[in-house]
Design a protein around this ligand. Sequence first.
Ligand SMILES: [Fe+2]
Length: 401
Amino acid sequence: MRRLLFTLAGTSGVRGLQSAVIGPRIFMGPRALNTLVGMGKTICRNNRVLIITDKIVKPNAEKVKEIFSNAGYHVEMWDEVQPEPPVENIFAGVEAVKNSDASLIIAIGGGSVIDATKVIWLLYERPDVDFRKLSPVDSLGLRKKALFAAIPTTAGTGSEATSAAVITEGGHKMSLSHPEFVPDFAILDPNFTVSLPPNLTLWTGVDALAHAVGAYLSGWANEYTDAYALQAIKLIFKFLPRVVADGRDLEARQKMLIAANLAGLAFSNAAPGIDHALGHTLGKKFGLHHGLCVGAFLPYVFEFYAKHLTKTDELAKALGFGKGEEFLNSLVEFYKKLGFSFKFSDYPQVSEEAFKQALPELVSWALIDPVSILSPIPVTPKDYEEIFVASLYGTLKGGVR
Ligand SMILES: [Fe+2]
């Protein structure tokens, strides 16, 4: 029943009556950080800055620290964020930062760092809140102590634009969402993404593509999120091949940062597609990268949606294709050109036997992922089983409108 109510609440006919579109202030380009340095002096309550990052991107964080220190700020750094941050890691972060008295918190990193910072920031501001019981409709009153800036070092998660934070507890992913999690500032500077290797550039890029397509086809979409999503898809089709081929192509890096940000704005104000429920589950089970998983599920999910939603044709038409089927064909061609396989048996981490054995567990986990509740079409165990099996063998069955 809860599932059906969510689906009903998300229909555009209902939601279109009252919607908010929320995003950060966005500064783009190689001098974007300077704007934040200047602005911080007038809008922050003191000159204390706290940087949260991880060991991999620490060299980037050191540069930011130097820029703020040279401008007269007192800067502290916590660099212990772990990938897919477990709750224990979050609590360690809160312990490290609770006495900082920072009035500006800056997350520098990929999705894990920015997501972890959202929850650390929440507990810095509101130590009394139980994040496990967080409700998006309750007011938290954040920003009493600190404003929040995010500097992405990947062009994929769009976390610098979103209300979402994914952390891990007991081996399972926990998806948190609150409108007050949306950072105050997003710094889109391509110099922070140039050192990202080609495989991560590819996987984070297809994550952004899945965000954009999923948001467009979401029952929670509106005119704003449609515009963000379409522009993101156009940019990704044009510039992802360039950044994968040459990571030092600054123009293409900048465009991909904008695309991922647009896609983040789109899905944060609408919802991601069920490729995220399937990808969260499979990625956790077999230790595969988030973007790889959701990007690989995207063609199967598009095919599934196309059997039920006319908006797949609208998407295709808006991008210059005739029908949904043509978009799906071009997506498959795009993946081929990028050298990206959407057949999981191609990945050494996934054996056919282990996949089949895990199938019932995968289906039940995916069904309870919050993204499944937001699906534009109520999904059944059989639907998920079919998509999982198709993704193992790389079979797109047809039936697209
Ligand atoms: Fe994602």
